[in-house]
Design a binder for this molecule. Structure first.
Ligand code: 7PM
Length: 277
């Protein structure tokens, strides 16, 4: 298990879990209802997340919502570049949530030091774009494609299949020259998975630390939490905090969350209890 994450010029300690605050710059993002489409509003939201205790900001201009329209390179750049440019001087590590090599390059040039790719750098040119940068990369597992992935997800052994996929993507990234300290792995909760699959992955998350890379978990406000609690997306904060804490206990070192302040409090309680051992 990695002790540090190298992203650009920075070396982040993974001794305690890091909070990655979500900044959507999309008009159709399911949790924020498009409130942060305006770059200025996205920047203000981002700074609020930093005040709440975010260690990293994840900025995305294309919704991966099932059925969401894909966005052109020009439109995605128009959404996210002003946000990177505004935040680059703030001294907080910035992540770009994109599938597109051109967006990766331009975001890194504008200050991104993490590339968060839900397709694990499988798009043509994505691996090369990431390798040519000094950014860290998040390799996420997804079965199928965002438009149809929830239709009928099937696994023989979800934990083994996701782990083997991530092991192959880590090996591919390493072979392209990306050092292990720059690699993050993510089982991709909700991406082509039923509730039972998501629960198995959360239960067995510690296995992913065995891949040698830093583990990221993104559970915040997801439909699996709606299935468990019966709550709509806007009322899933408590469930999200519980899920984040369980992920951290099972070895996640980056927690991708909307509700930074609440998650931070939960981690503080955990850390106080552990510290008293
Ligand atoms: C609709 C459906 C809107 C799903 C947004 C989502 C992850 C991610 C997302 C994750 C990593 C959400 C997702 N989820 N990147 N991007 N890991 N690395 O709920 O779990 O935020 S988008």
């Amino acid at each position: 298990m990695a002790t540090h994450l190298v992203c650009g010029k920075l070396r982040l300690s993974l001794e305690r879990p890091l909070l990655m605050g979500i900044v959507n710059v999309t008009p159709d993002s399911f949790s924020d209802g498009g409130r942060h489409f305006d770059p200025a509003q996205a920047v203000a939201h981002a700074r609020r997340l930093v005040e709440e205790g975010a260690d990293i900001l994840d900025i995305g201009g294309e919704s991966s919502r099932p059925g969401a329209q894909s966005v052109s390179i020009e439109e995605e750049l128009r959404r996210v570049l002003p946000v990177f440019e505004a935040l680059a001087g703030d001294g907080i590590p910035l992540s770009v949530d994109t599938l597109k090599p051109e967006v990766m390059r331009r975001a890194v040039a504008a200050g991104a030091s993490i590339i968060n790719d839900i397709a694990a750098l499988q798009a043509p040119g994505a691996l090369e774009a990431a390798a040519a940068s000094d950014a860290a990369v998040c390799l996420m597992h997804m079965q199928g494609e965002p438009g149809t992935m929830q239709a009928d997800p099937q696994y023989r052994d979800v934990v083994a299949e996701v782990r083997d996929f991530l092991a192959r993507r880590v090996a591919t990234a390493q072979a392209a020259g990306i050092a292990t300290e720059r690699i993050i792995v993510d089982p991709g909760f909700g991406f082509g998975k039923r509730l039972a699959h998501n629960l198995a992955l959360l239960r067995e998350l510690a296995q992913f630390a065995g891949l040698g890379a830093c583990v990221l978990a993104g559970l915040s406000r997801k439909s699996m939490l709606g299935e468990i609690t019966g709550r709509k997306v806007g009322l899933r904060e408590t469930a999200s905090v519980a899920a984040a804490l369980l992920a951290a206990r099972n070895g996640a070192r980056i927690l991708r969350v909307h509700d930074v302040a609440a998650t931070r409090d939960a981690l503080a309680v955990w850390s106080a209890v552990e510290g008293a051992e």
